[in-house]
Design a protein around this ligand. Structure first.
Ligand code: BGC
Length: 414
């Protein structure tokens, strides 16, 4: 209840926030951690060089749930921000309401159709019109490991679920927090993405999260997914509840914890702390998802301010997909470029691996939208799934009950 009124309070405040003046853009986003803010600065500076001012509208909360609440309040008050960071199905929902500006002219001028892969265009476009500009591609099925701890305990990269559990146990036995985790629904869902893909493979993932097939949702495989979540729950520390994701990353950075399961925005935190991949930390795909990518792409949607896209919105849109910016930004953010025609030799090893896997998955039709980050199903379904996954993680349901609750929750939310 208190959390809810806090969000309402933030929404009320936001509803009265000022409009961007001519020559400015007002950008609503949830990039508030150290690594995220550093990446955002790359964008802000790019625009400032073009003489465009930046009005910042940050709304803290990983995954963007709170940001979407504030956005709704702003639009309802008749005062939409110029540009908004958004994920997957949220873009589609706002486009359906007619709130987003048409970016087709800018897309045609810059040849976006041929450089942005179809899996991203599915969300950048609505009814054949460009309505959002992808700034990056993240993926959620990553493991982040503290290299010194791995070396000390002789842990090599786990390739299977059983090897991963053995590695977690070794870290726990040696007195480390085995799994750094923040107990927030979206973080549990982020882990669920990877565990589901690893346990059931891509066909199961697609059937359950994208097609919302009841047999897959209610299957024995899904029960195994919940059982594995319960196993992971046994490796988090006592203070996990409510912890922000970047504080969990800090536990791995500081050598307090061995592993974190998180999207590659976690890499932005390591880099921001001056850490190097391969030397201080390791990145690898969640065991059993070595050839899969559960992706999410941050896109900026331009809210209609009048009949036409404003010059500032057009400049922002063009800047975001320009080749130089895509490299400069994604180097800092931890993600990979949203266009597939770039030389990424400037990215670190994790980024190069991520880009290669993203391109391969996009080319073979094997790129699966992350359910946890709004790329598999609409927000109403996603949030209903979050509730069940979190309740189970916190011991309210056993796995068999969680499976039944999941089926019911999806039925009601559709
Ligand atoms: C966004 C990332 C962001 C992360 C944590 C994800 O939904 O795509 O850009 O860093 O949430 O805030």
């Amino acid at each position: 209840m208190r959390g809810f009124s806090r969000i309402l309070g933030a929404a009320a405040l936001a509803a009265t926030a000022g409009m961007a003046s001519a020559g400015d853009v007002e950008v609503l986003h949830w990039w508030t951690s150290g690594g995220e803010a550093a990446a955002l600065n790359v964008l802000r500076e790019d625009l400032q060089k073009q003489g465009i001012g930046w009005q910042d509208m940050p709304v803290a909360g990983g995954g963007g749930t709170q940001a979407m609440t504030v956005l709704r309040a702003r639009v309802t008050a008749g005062n939409p921000p110029t540009a908004v960071q958004m994920l997957g199905f949220d873009i589609t929902d706002w486009a359906r309401e007619g709130a987003l500006a048409n970016l087709n002219d800018i897309a045609a001028k810059n040849g976006w159709d041929s450089v942005v892969p179809a899996a991203l265009q599915k969300f950048s476009k609505f009814d054949g019109q460009w309505v959002a500009v992808p700034v990056n591609v993240h993926s959620t099925n990553w493991v982040w490991a503290n290299k010194a701890i791995m070396d000390k305990l002789g842990i090599s990269q786990p390739e299977t679920w059983d090897e991963f559990v053995a590695a977690l146990q070794a870290a726990k036995d040696a007195g480390y927090v085995a799994l750094a985790h923040g107990g927030q629904a979206w973080q549990e869902a982020t882990i669920f993405d990877a565990v589901a893909m690893s346990t059931g493979g891509p066909d199961f993932y697609k059937a359950a999260f994208i097609d919302l097939d009841e047999d897959a949702l209610g299957s024995d495989t899904m029960k195994t997914v919940f059982d594995r979540m319960a196993t992971l729950r046994g490796f988090v520390d006592d203070n996990f509840s409510g912890r922000d994701w970047n504080l969990a990353t800090a536990m791995v950075i500081n050598g307090e914890a061995a592993f974190q399961l998180m999207g590659d925005w976690a890499k932005g935190e390591f880099l921001n702390a001056g850490k190097q991949p391969g030397k201080d930390f390791l990145c690898y795909r969640f065991p059993g998802t070595q050839n899969q990518v559960t992706f999410n792409s941050d896109q900026f949607a331009m809210f209609r301010q009048g009949d036409k896209v404003s010059p500032e919105q057009a400049a922002l849109a063009e800047a975001i997909l320009s080749p130089g910016f895509q490299i400069a930004f994604n180097k800092v953010k931890g993600s990979v470029p949203a266009r597939t025609d770039l030389d990424v030799s400037e990215l670190d090893a994790c980024g190069q691996q991520g880009y290669k896997e993203f391109k391969a998955a996009a080319a073979s039709g094997n790129l699966y939208g992350s359910f946890a980050h709004g790329h598999a199903n609409p927000a109403a379904v996603k949030n209903a799934m979050y509730d069940v996954i979190t309740a189970h993680f916190n011991g309210e349901y056993d796995s068999a009950t969680a499976v039944k609750e999941l089926v019911t929750a999806v039925q009601l939310a559709r």
